[in-house]
Design a protein around this ligand. Structure first.
Ligand code: ADP
Ligand code: MG
Length: 605
């Protein structure tokens, strides 16, 4: 048999490599931003069209490339960042593989303009599918501009595999945020379809975090600062009461590189021990600096995981440092935490034994009872009115599996005909005797159901009760959040909100639904945005249901809330005048009954 093995042509090899390096537009964004940083840029612009599907352009004022380098940079394994194998163990650049540009050029149309400081003219190169189609000298300023057009134009399968623009933009924003947070001293601009999304001026870390996540982040941050022989830890954690239900704002940077580490995450979560509500995730922005030769970033192709030589020590120090800062913040809440010398951790962690700081105590959830508010403001009769709108009815019945309609109606009548005392058990359940036996109600889930139906009704039938605020409240959000609020403005107005002014990063609210108190405005909007974010598989979803669920969840009375007799009765009455009393908006049972028969059985076995 004749020889059959051949070397793959370069453009094929590049396409294969591209499969690993470039999964989606966000991967291109990451590679280009990192190249600009490695080139020493101080100002970086990112311009996008159609979630990067038709254009991703990065313009930097870094050192640029010579004519030869401008051609070379698209070759595979072409890099200026390492020259020998040992360099791999002392990396201080983002890139080192020399395959990003070669991969990108294999699957898109690329236009490069670049000029070094000491050359008169710059270079222009156009590449399509790994082939140079034009090259010229051009007048351009120092630095590099690289435009990637029509990503995956020659791999339709990959192109079709891309998600909606909303989802791809989200991925890009994630990458952009990581890079921007790692480099507060660099100014970043991001435009999408000619709209400005971010304009981040060069600043310090705290200001950078605040300009990425919005002005209200400022008050949430607790500074972290610790230096030992093996690591320096800097950054911020958010106060426990601002923890999130999703793991959104959790950032580790090691030597200015964003990394994921469930191990280190565990250390931080552990430091919050006892301060977080169940299911809540703390937000953090933590910057670790370790000697370059004690980590290995070479273990993952997209380089978000790294291996530490001394993982265990890092864990212990991180945990102790965060715990200590939380404790300190609690002992002395100070208005401005901004790198104040008096706030620097006063002890040193060189001895790992000296780590038990006082356990911080924080009252996370003041005894707030929204039910009480609601009871005062909304007379119970409001729930008993006939809720008959086909639209509304179909909207939520379709999302629920109704178990036993007969039984519910019966139970309702049953309850109505006997006026039995209700007992609260462990501030969690209500217990009442009914004609056929007993009923146990989960107070929080029941209240979710009541609020859910109330909100769904007001959002869809458009007669929400709104209360005007004496003083309109201005709340700051990121521009992405503002865009989302604007998209759902009508639904929010139906729910009882009324808006005054929208700016790029704030919204002024002048009216709110009656069941919402002023102190809760920010939290319910934040929760709503995060819920929408979590549930946004594509653009074709109804905001109504998400909104009603989100409000119900945020405003419902919680386990642990003491209810007066009147409140207990109100809750029971309201629950059983719901359309679907037996199930919470999230599909959990709101109550269980035990018939006399079942009780008898308990004693017969
Ligand atoms: P790597 O970053 O791993 O070296 P890339 O394919 O991303 O590989 O880039 C190849 C080379 O092109 C880099 O090593 C660098 O010398 C050069 N280069 C890429 N982007 C820029 C830029 N924005 N400014 C200056 N040089 C660049
Ligand atoms: Mg690179």
């Amino acid at each position: 048999m004749s020889d059959i093995i051949q070397l793959l042509p370069d453009h094929v090899a590049n396409q294969i490599a591209a499969g690993e390096v470039v999964q989606r537009p966000a991967s291109v964004v990451k590679e280009l931003l990192e190249n600009a940083i490695d080139a020493g840029a101080k100002n970086i612009k990112l311009l996008l069209k159609d979630a990067g599907k038709s254009l991703i352009q990065v313009i930097d004022d870094g050192k640029g490339m010579s004519t030869t380098d401008a051609r070379m940079c698209f070759e595979r394994h072409a890099t200026s960042k390492i020259t020998k194998a040992e360099d791999l163990f002392n990396l201080c650049t983002k890139g080192f593989r020399g395959e990003a540009l070669a991969s990108i050029a294999a699957i898109a149309h690329v236009e490069l303009k670049t000029k070094t400081a000491n050359e008169e003219l710059g270079n222009f190169i156009k590449i399509e599918g790994s082939k140079i189609s034009a090259q010229d000298f051009i007048a351009t300023s120092k630095g590099t501009s690289i435009a990637i057009k029509n990503l995956f134009y020659n791999i339709p399968a990959r192109r079709n595999f891309l998600k909606s623009n909303t989802v791809e933009t989200r991925h890009i924003i994630d990458e952009f945020q990581r890079v921007a947070l790692a480099h507060p001293d660099i100014s970043f601009l991001m435009h999408h379809n000619n709209n400005e999304v971010y304009h981040l001026k060069a600043s310090n870390l705290r200001k950078r975090i605040v300009s990425v996540f919005g002005a209200k982040m400022n008050e949430k941050l607790v500074p972290i600062n610790e230096k030992t022989g093996i690591v320096s830890i800097e950054g911020f954690v958010a106060k426990p009461e601002y923890s999130k239900r999703k793991r959104g704002e959790q950032f580790f940077f090691v030597n200015d590189r964003f990394i994921k580490s469930s191990y280190l995450n565990h250390a931080v979560v552990n430091a919050f021990d006892g301060l977080l509500e169940q299911g809540a995730h703390p937000s953090y922005f933590l910057y670790l600096t370790v000697p370059a030769n004690t980590i290995d970033i070479n273990i993952h192709p997209t380089k978000t995981e790294i291996k530490f030589d001394n993982e265990k020590d890092l864990y212990a120090m991180l945990r102790a440092t965060v715990k200590h800062s939380l404790g300190q913040y609690n002992v002395a809440p100070i208005l401005d935490f901004n790198r104040d010398a008096t706030l620097d951790t006063p002890y040193h962690l060189n001895t790992t034994k000296h780590q038990s700081s006082t356990t911080p105590k924080i009252s996370v959830d003041p005894d707030f009872n929204p039910f009480k508010e609601q009871e005062d403001k909304v007379p119970h009769v409001a729930y008993h009115k006939e809720k008959q709108t086909d639209n509304w009815q179909s909207l939520y019945t379709s999302t629920l599996s109704i178990t036993d309609k007969e039984e519910q109606t019966e139970l309702f009548n049953d309850k109505a005909t006997t006026s039995n005392k209700t007992f609260q058990i462990q501030r969690k359940y209500l217990f009442s005797s009914i004609k056929s036996g007993v009923v146990l109600i989960n107070q929080s889930l029941a209240h979710q159901r009541i609020l859910y139906e109330e909100f769904l009704e007001s959002i869809t039938v458009k007669e929400a009760n709104s209360q005007q605020l004496l003083f309109p409240v201005k709340i700051s959000f990121t521009s992405a959040e503002i865009e989302m609020i604007y998209t759902i403005k009508t639904e929010l107005e139906n729910a009882g909100f009324s808006f005054d002014e929208f700016t790029k990063d704030s919204v002024t609210i002048k009216g709110i639904p009656v069941s919402v108190t002023e102190s809760k405005i920010t939290i319910i909007l934040e929760e709503l945005l995060s819920d929408i974010d979590l549930e946004v598989p594509d653009a074709s979803f109804s905001h109504f249901d998400i909104m009603a669920k989100s409000f119900a969840k945020t405003l419902s009375i919680k386990t642990g809330t003491q209810l007066s007799e009147k409140e207990q009765e109100g809750l029971v009455d309201d629950l059983f005048s719901c359309k679907e009393p037996s199930i919470s908006p999230f599909g959990k049972p709101t109550f269980k009954t035990l018939t006399l028969n079942q009780i008898d059985q308990l004693f017969n076995s």
